[in-house]
Ligand binder design. Structure first.
Ligand code: SF4
Length: 219
């Protein structure tokens, strides 16, 4: 699947954007940017999937690994480390030795969108990749949806559009969808973190709730 994904050009707008975003910066620094769709990463036997919105221009679109090399990754990975889901508290490049335990990470949309806002059509275009990954994660017990778009993508990917879960997104809530408990959090973007809309304490509580849930559900 990842070979197909990396070569995907289904969304013309996103293909054009990922090819050109921050090109001046790239030329200036001499660093070669990834500029392709970004595959998921982590433990394929994991019981938790963490689902973000999309690669960040300076993060995964640059480094080629999801939640790597930007401010959102810094926050997310240090929290996942504290909750025991990875081997160190930073994610800066594909060569940094990061390993996830019991946890697989990806995004609802695999190409960086302008202003971090994908269209409905682009979200729908990317859905088959999420569906495939959900079907491959045989031990999956929980999903952590980071933001409303990630949450609604999980609902669509699980073909649960008529589920009462639809429209139930709120920070810290969780719903059961097709046998998987879906936990909701705001996205750990610098805007949400710096404005205090999302605190480390509230996010850690969600992660510890998830930890407890997946530990209990395998006993
Ligand atoms: S967003 Fe998804 S469907 Fe669209 S071009 Fe990128 S990988 Fe393909």
């Amino acid at each position: 699947m990842n070979e197909d994904l990396i070569n995907c050009e289904k969304c013309r707008r996103l293909k054009d954007f990922r090819d050109h975003v921050l090109i001046d910066k790239e030329n200036k620094t001499g660093e070669r940017y990834w500029r392709k769709p970004v595959p998921g990463f982590g433990d394929p036997n994991g019981r938790l999937m963490v689902l973000g919105l999309a690669p960040a221009a300076t993060g995964a679109n640059r480094t080629g690994r999801i939640f790597t090399g930007d401010k959102s990754s810094e926050f997310l990975v240090s929290c996942l480390y504290e909750a025991g889901f990875c081997n160190h508290p930073y994610s800066i490049s594909r060569e940094d030795g990061l390993k996830y335990y019991n946890c697989y990470i990806n995004a609802a949309v695999r190409c960086v969108p302008p202003d971090n806002i994908p269209t409905k059509e682009e979200i729908a275009n990317c859905l088959p990749y999420l569906k495939f990954e959900l079907s491959m994660l045989k031990n999956l017990k929980a999903v952590l949806a980071l933001g409303r778009i990630a949450f609604e993508s999980v609902i669509m990917a699980m073909d649960a559009r008529s589920s009462p879960a639809k429209g139930k997104f709120s920070h810290g809530s969780s719903v059961m969808i097709s046998g998987i408990r879906v936990f909701c959090s705001y996205h750990p973007s610098p805007r949400n973190v710096n404005t205090g809309r999302m605190t480390r304490g509230s996010f850690m509580k969600i992660l510890f709730d998830i930890r407890k849930y997946i530990d209990q559900s395998t006993q």
